[in-house]
Design a protein around this ligand. Structure first.
Ligand code: SAM
Ligand code: SF4
Length: 335
């Protein structure tokens, strides 16, 4: 295979060493901000990447410099061959992370350990059982909480993703922060983002500034510590003095972090997206199945990456619903 150098470097010098792979479009929850009420059209199974195709395509990215892979979805743990996927990926020189709703994670603890999936982001938007039902349309709250404690006790490094919706769960911001007093976890508050069919509007999103204001009013000034953000981190990180864990805000809406973006996304049907908000996708799977080199397609997609949010560089463009309707919904892109 003829290797072009630096195919993962874009036109403004950002190097893409982090690949997020959605391994399924299906989910066992129905979070209203993610899954449109009418559901999503699913790709026919033969059009989805097999475990081996995921591995072979990932291998090409790793050969070109990817050193971190995150498995996401839909819900990655609804895929029956999940263990086969992590077993194959564990043979690559890459760190493996996953994002999950944790409903099924108890069944996978030993294989996650065996195949070195150590960084796990769990999505949990509320600490209240009734609200969980309201936000996910499913009754799995107790199981999710039990599974999160199981992961912590088994020594996994846990980040809790919390999407904040005004008037729904924003009253729980301080309750989530108080969890970090005794638990060595990182809470990541995520600003609600617009996607196809999720009825986004700005008034429902809770911003970085609003969260900072609440925290500053609730704790003494000297107790709120800003911690250094890791390179390429999408989050602004903080902790409360002497607490075991920390918290962060992912401010894609009000304060995008595109300058340091190192991420590419591969959808479950093998399409490469150079940005979460891009309307364009590059079909790697069809070329791969024909035995063609996918590296020129990857390079073209990387070079086409816009400097900021797929060209939605002002808040007005980002908030314009005309731009959302052509985007996929989050459940099929893979968050
Ligand atoms: N099912 C898994 C889960 O929920 O963790 C993985 C896929 S989910 C699409 C990945 C992440 O995207 C979750 O943390 C979810 O909360 C987040 N997400 C989904 N829709 C979102 C939206 N409209 N705005 C912000 N975050 C969103
Ligand atoms: Fe499923 Fe995750 Fe979307 Fe919720 S956020 S519907 S758990 S994919």
């Amino acid at each position: 295979m003829a290797l072009t150098t630096d195919i993962l470097k874009d036109s403004i010098g950002r190097n893409h060493n982090y690949l997020r792979i959605s391994i399924t479009e299906k989910c066992n929850l129905r979070c209203t901000y993610c899954m449109p009420a009418e559901g999503v059209p699913l790709s026919p199974s033969p059009e989805l990447m097999t475990a081996n195709e995921i591995y072979e395509i990932a291998k090409i990215f790793v050969a070109n410099g990817v050193n971190k892979i995150r498995l996401t979805g839909g819900e990655p743990l609804v895929r029956k061959d999940f263990t086969e996927i992590i077993e194959k990926l564990s043979t690559l020189d890459v760190s493996i992370a996953m994002t999950t709703n944790a409903v099924n994670i108890d069944r996978y603890i030993s294989n996650l350990k065996k195949f070195k999936v150590s960084i796990i982001n769990v999505s949990l938007d509320t600490l209240k059982v009734n609200r969980f039902q309201e936000m996910t349309l499913k009754p799995n709250f107790d199981k999710v909480i039990k599974n999160i404690y199981m992961l912590i006790n088994e020594g996994f490094q846990i980040k809790l993703n919390v999407v904040l919706l005004k008037g729904t769960n924003d009253s729980e911001i301080l309750d989530f922060i108080e969890l970090t007093k005794e638990l060595p976890i990182s809470i990541r508050f995520i600003e609600f983002m617009p996607f196809d069919g999720n009825n986004w509007d700005r008034s429902k999103a809770v911003s970085l500034e609003e969260i900072k204001q609440l925290v500053n009013e609730s704790y003494p000034k000297e107790a709120v510590l800003k911690i250094e953000d890791a390179p390429n981190d999408t989050a602004k990180n903080y902790k409360i003095k002497n607490y075991k864990g920390s918290f962060a805000v992912i401010s894609t809406v009000t304060n995008p972090f595109c300058d340091s973006c190192n991420r590419l996304r591969l959808t479950a049907n093998g399409r490469l997206r150079n940005c979460l908000f891009s309307e364009k996708e590059s079909d790697l799977l069809t070329a791969f199945r024909k035995g063609e080199s996918i590296e020129p397609i990857i390079q073209k997609a990387v070079l086409a990456k816009a400097a900021v949010r797929a060209g939605l560089d002002t808040y007005e463009k980002f908030a314009d619903p005309n731009h959302h309707s052509k985007n996929r919904s989050m459940i099929t892109i893979g968050g």
